[in-house]
Design a protein around this ligand. Structure first.
Ligand code: GDP
Length: 459
């Protein structure tokens, strides 16, 4: 274990809930808290048994003023989250008293933790690998049950297990090549070449298998960007409401560069769907009956899925056709709303559109809404989505897998062309390195810093 200073942070969401937790990690963790802790009958804290709790008060060391009533727990390294000595102070959840305790902790020898620093230490101390650390972020940010389960699998090290297994085979190939190079007889080289080729083919297949889960995985992790476009009054807000009715997922606040934006997620059959256009908010410049073609196109360009809504009780307009033309080559659903009213629009009016993408609904009565959900799911997920299989959810992992695949293919080409086999081993070695970036074994320091900066403080 490396030697680090002692860090501290508030680990719970501030201002919410009945208690807050201030977390410390490092060799001085217990000493720092002991120095500001007053137990019953003046019993000192530093004789606390590991994995137990102690009731008492945190005091301002200078004035002796009681800051809060607390319960302190002690986890001794390496059997703790960070693999270092960890102390947690459970206090009453108020913003003021929680901050005041943290301040006192800092005054007495700890330092404010950086975002993700606790998890980073767990990684640097070898308790978890990088994919597991990243799963901690995903768990915190999970938006549906399914995305949570998928992150949980990753946190258990399932991805690393698969990656390590492939790396092991690559290493076998490298060893095989090197052994042969030492005995440069012609036919031996050919036999080895064939064996390594075969093993590379199966490795490439496995990498491709993992990569094939990446699109679905990304959606589970980040949510599907869906926009609902259509003229005013076609029923966009009503659709939103009926989708939101069942299970409102999570509203997250994302700190933007210029201002805070609120993203809304709905849970459609386990898939977190991010509603990009909050249809309920009507822009003031909207002229009734106008779609605002340019504005719609802008939104469409950013979307994974476009739901274009038409009103069955009104005739098709030129602008509608223009939008239909525009979304033709993108993933889209044409939603014919208000099926409960008299028809003025017919499917025959929608020439050149794949009938499979047209659905008839009533946002008012709820007719067709469950078909819409199934359709959304089918468009992005092949078959049942299950959280029991390993999925690549992280774009960093995906990129590394692509690179490794490329290198394996290059090695295969070299072998197939009958060029000397030690040339192939350069690419095989590079592939082995690429995969090591996923688990963090062959990753550079600054990239590691970047990954952990995505975390929030206290994690
Ligand atoms: P938006 O401007 O596209 O967001 O449209 P709204 O959701 O505000 O709906 C406009 C009007 O159409 C409202 O009065 C809704 O009650 C009504 N509406 C929406 N969907 C339906 C539907 O399926 N059937 C009927 N009859 N009315 C609907």
């Amino acid at each position: 274990m490396r030697d680090f200073d002692t860090i501290a942070a508030i680990a719970t969401a501030i201002g919410e809930g009945g208690i807050s937790i201030i977390r410390l990690s490092g060799t001085k963790a217990l000493d720092v808290v002991s120095s500001i802790f007053k137990g019953k009958n003046n019993r000192p804290l530093n004789d606390i048994k590991p994995y137990t709790m102690r009731y008492g008060h945190i005091i301002d060391k200078k004035t002796g003023e009681v800051l809060d009533e607390v319960i302190v727990s002690y986890m001794k390294g390496p059997r703790s989250f960070t693999a270092e000595d960890c102390v947690e102070i459970n206090c009453h959840g108020g913003v003021f008293s929680t901050n005041r305790i943290l301040e006192e902790v800092i005054k007495n020898g700890a330092r404010n933790a950086d975002p993700g620093e606790f998890t980073k230490r767990a990684f640097l101390n070898g308790r978890i690998d990088l994919t597991q650390a990243e799963a901690v972020i995903d768990l915190i940010n999970a938006k549906t049950d399914l995305s949570m389960k998928s992150a949980l699998l990753q946190s258990e090290g399932r991805i690393s297990k698969e990656i390590n297994e492939i790396r092991h085979r690559l290493l076998g190939a490298i060893a095989h090549i090197e052994a042969t190079v030492d005995f440069p007889e012609e036919d031996l080289e050919e036999i080895t070449g064939n064996q390594v080729s075969e093993s590379l083919r199966s490795i490439i297949k496995d990498i491709q298998g993992l990569l094939s889960t990446a699109n679905e995985g990304k959606i589970l992790r980040e949510g599907l960007n869906m926009v609902i476009v259509g003229k005013p009054n076609v029923g966009k807000s009503s659709l939103m409401n009926s989708l939101l009715m069942e299970k409102r997922a999570i509203v997250t606040e994302v700190a933007g560069t210029t201002r805070d934006v609120i993203e809304e997620y709905i849970n459609i059959n386990g898939i977190p769907v991010k509603i990009v256009d909050t249809a309920g908010i009507r822009e003031t410049e909207d002229i009734v009956e106008k779609i605002g073609v340019e504005k719609s196109k802008e939104k469409i360009n950013e979307a994974d899925l476009i739901v274009f809504m038409l009103d069955l009780s009104r005739e098709l307009h030129e602008e509608d056709r223009e939008i239909i033309e525009y979304i033709r080559d993108k993933k889209h659903i044409i939603l014919l709303n208000k099926v409960d009213l008299d028809k003025k629009l017919y499917i025959e009016d929608l020439q050149g559109i794949n009938k499979e993408n047209i659905l008839t609904v009533s946002a008012k009565t709820g007719e067709g809404i469950s078909e819409l959900k199934d359709k959304i799911k089918d468009m992005f997920f092949s078959g049942e989505i299950s959280a029991t299989e390993v999925m690549i959810t992280n774009s960093r992992h995906k990129e590394a897998l692509y690179k490794a695949e490329e290198r394996c293919k290059a090695a295969l080409d070299t072998l197939d062309m009958g060029i000397s086999i030690d040339l192939a081993s350069i690419d095989v070695r590079a592939a082995w390195m690429n995969l090591g970036e996923i688990t963090g074994e062959t990753l550079e320091e600054d990239i590691i810093d970047k990954i952990f900066s995505e975390f929030c403080i206290g994690k």
